[in-house]
Ligand binder design. Structure first.
Ligand code: SF4
Length: 68
C-alpha cells in the first residue's frame, strides 16, 4: 500500500511498509505530520518548501516527493 497526499503543487508519497515510526516527521513538522489524526498527513498546514525539507529527513525513505 502506498499513500499519496497533494496540495496541488507537490505530492508527498508515504510507504507504510517501510516506515520505522521513528517520529522524525512528527517532531519536525507536527502540523503536517500528526500520527494521532486521520489523515495523519495534511499538507495545507505548511508550505511546499518546508514540507519538502522535512520529507528529506525521513530516515527510512518511507516519505518521498513524487517526481513531476
Ligand atoms: S520520519 Fe519517516 S520513518 Fe519516521 S515516522 Fe515519519 S515517515 Fe515514518
Amino acid at each position: 500500500m502506498i499513500k499519496h497526499y497533494t496540495n496541488g503543487e507537490i505530492t508527498v508519497v508515504w510507504t507504510p511498509d517501510i516506515c520505522t515510526h521513528s517520529g522524525v516527521c512528527a517532531r519536525g513538522l507536527r502540523p503536517v505530520f500528526d500520527p494521532t489524526r486521520k489523515p495523519w498527513i495534511e499538507l495545507q498546514h505548511s508550505d511546499s518548501e518546508t514540507i519538502k525539507a522535512q520529507v528529506a529527513k525521513c530516515p527510512s525513505g518511507a516519505l518521498s516527493i513524487e517526481p513531476k
